[in-house]
Design a protein around this ligand. Sequence first.
Ligand SMILES: [Zn+2]
Length: 247
Amino acid sequence: MVAATEIDVVTDLKRRIVEGLAILTGEGIMDGAGHLSARIPGTDTFLINPRFPGILADPDDICTVDLNAKRIGGRGPIPSESIIHAILYRDRPDVQSVVHCHARYSILVSLLDSGLIPFSRTAASFDGVPVFPESHGINTPALAERFIRSIGDKAVALLQGHGIVATGPTVEGACINGLNLEKASQDQITMMSFTTPKPLAGRALGQSNERLENPYRMWPYLLNKHGIRPRAAIKASIHSLPEGEHY
Ligand SMILES: [Zn+2]
């Protein structure tokens, strides 16, 4: 029998996945393809939207999948690239959520010899963005093994000519990593039309995990922007840092 608290956790994760899909689509980095998943804590399973446009998924449509990328719950069908998510949850205990989509500017950057240049705070926040040098959909164990070696311990990766994979410590954090990767890619492509971006001098590489666990500014802003929850409910859900604390 499944414990009541576990059902609550799954219900909450399904709602957050649906909200994340709405934001990724509203922000234009996800279209009819693309998927967002979340690990079910304490299990070898995860939740993922099925194989139709993410914006149309309701919580009841979200499927449960094991670490062999086999559907064990929900109506399905699940995405053919579910194995991207499965291998990240298998090999990266730090990863709690994964986004894969075909973000346009990131695809352009994935085709540049330079890859993403850490020329801005957003671009530098990733501490290096590997490029997986194969454009094929990642839908076999052999491709997934090569992909996991390529991303290593990084938060995000570009898939050459194909798209992005973004991970995070929460559903919201993975979405924000994906959105920031596409934003940095768009800025780089724009800047390259008139100059060559240079790495930011004296930059502090790396990310704040706390900010991805509790993105109390960007996520409420996006929920409100896309009309996903009533304004009062969004405000009530914000957990700001106390005055004097910074990250
Ligand atoms: Zn894909």
